[in-house]
Design a protein around this ligand. Structure first.
Ligand SMILES: Cc1cc2nc3c(=O)[nH]c(=O)nc-3n(C[C@H](O)[C@H](O)[C@H](O)COP(=O)(O)O)c2cc1C
Length: 319
């Protein structure tokens, strides 16, 4: 599954190409438009800034989109950049819905465009050009107004929702690793700061775990679906998507891939793990366990239990 794909070939399997493109992490937006009474909104991660002077942005829409006629007619569109806590909204605007705006709070922006509440930012654009781009249309807009709340954004990576953390430096500052004296005040504070220590610890854990995980050939979202189905078959795709922190269409595409590898099959009970799928899950759990054992081997049981209790306490009741 991780094999290189030949350059120059145009006969890529679209599922495999989409999977590779998923390595490019993006934010998540809902692009909205209005033409009279017709209001549309589409979850999109194809958004990109193009130019600062003049201020231009673009995004692309599937030619088969039911919302396309309104985007064509409307003079403006708004790009709503979703915040970390807006997964439900993202899913709502990514699947067919009778009325995507029912129960959603919104306001009117420049040129009558629709601004969703609670987003990290929005860009209110006058539509200036529609270009052909294969099976998509590329819409270019000139930013006429924008709002910048700066809240933590929702991210999308390898088919799963994700969140942004400041990049922990590769090398812990002096004093952190060795528990020795810190070189200056900043280093002393960092070496004693729980948030910094937690992000560094996650980096360190992940750095040694990821190569092993990648060797299995499974993306985290794929592994997660296999592990969820290991608890029993699933019929309700929306519930499965919520459990896996993935958009529903991504869950369906991933199941498609897993079925093509005979790891999942459709039975009267719903999507069901095959024996080969169950073997994969046992392998994934065994790997996770052996990594945990390796990392914690140098601490005694009481220390590890206390550590886990503190983490559970912080997760259950943030200050
Ligand atoms: C994270 C994510 C990103 C998406 N990005 C795009 C995109 O850039 N362009 C697009 O046309 N559809 C994109 N989609 C799919 C649309 O949101 C989905 O097909 C939606 O139902 C289209 O709206 P429509 O029913 O009005 O056609 C994306 C979906 C998700 C979950």
């Amino acid at each position: 599954m991780n094999a290189p794909h030949p350059a120059g070939s145009t006969a890529f399997d679209p599922r495999i190409l989409r999977r590779a493109l998923g390595n490019f992490a993006t934010g998540v937006t809902i692009v909205t438009a209005r033409d009279g009474e017709d209001m549309v909104g589409v979850t999109a991660n194809s958004f990109s800034s193009v130019s600062l002077d003049p201020p231009l942005v673009l995004w692309s829409i599937d030619k088969r989109s039911g919302s396309l006629p309104v985007f064509r007619r409307a003079t403006h569109f708004a790009v709503n950049v979703l915040a970390m806590d807006q997964i439900e909204l993202s899913n709502r605007y990514a699947r067919p819905h009778e009325d995507r705006y029912a129960g959603v709070s919104w306001r009117t922006g420049e040129g009558g465009c629709i601004l969703l509440d609670g987003t990290s930012a929005n860009f209110q654009c006058e539509k200036v050009e529609i270009l052909e781009g294969g099976d998509h249309w590329i819409l270019i807009g000139r930013v006429r107004a924008f709002e910048d709340r700066g809240t933590a954004p929702l991210l999308y990576h390898q088919g799963s929702y994700a969140m942004a953390l400041p990049h922990p430096r590769r090398q812990p500052p002096q004093g952190v690793a060795a528990g020795g004296a810190a070189a200056n005040d900043l280093q002393a504070r960092l070496a004693d700061h729980p948030y910094f220590l937690m992000t560094q610890a996650v980096r360190s854990y992940q750095e040694s775990y990821q190569p092993r995980q990648i060797q299995t050939g499974w993306r985290p979202g794929e592994a997660r679906l296999l592990m969820i189905l290991n608890d029993g078959p699933a019929r309700d795709m929306a519930a499965l998507a919520r459990q896996a922190d993935m958009p529903q269409h991504q869950v369906e595409q991933t199941l498609d891939l897993l079925r093509s590898r005979d790891l999942v099959e459709r039975t009267p009970d719903g999507e069901t793990l095959t024996e080969a799928g169950a073997t994969q899950v046992r392998g994934i759990w065994a790997m996770a366990r052996s990594h945990e054992e390796r990392v914690f081997a140098r601490f005694d049981r009481t220390q590890v239990e206390t550590f886990k209790q503190v983490l559970r306490g912080i997760i259950a009741a943030p200050a």
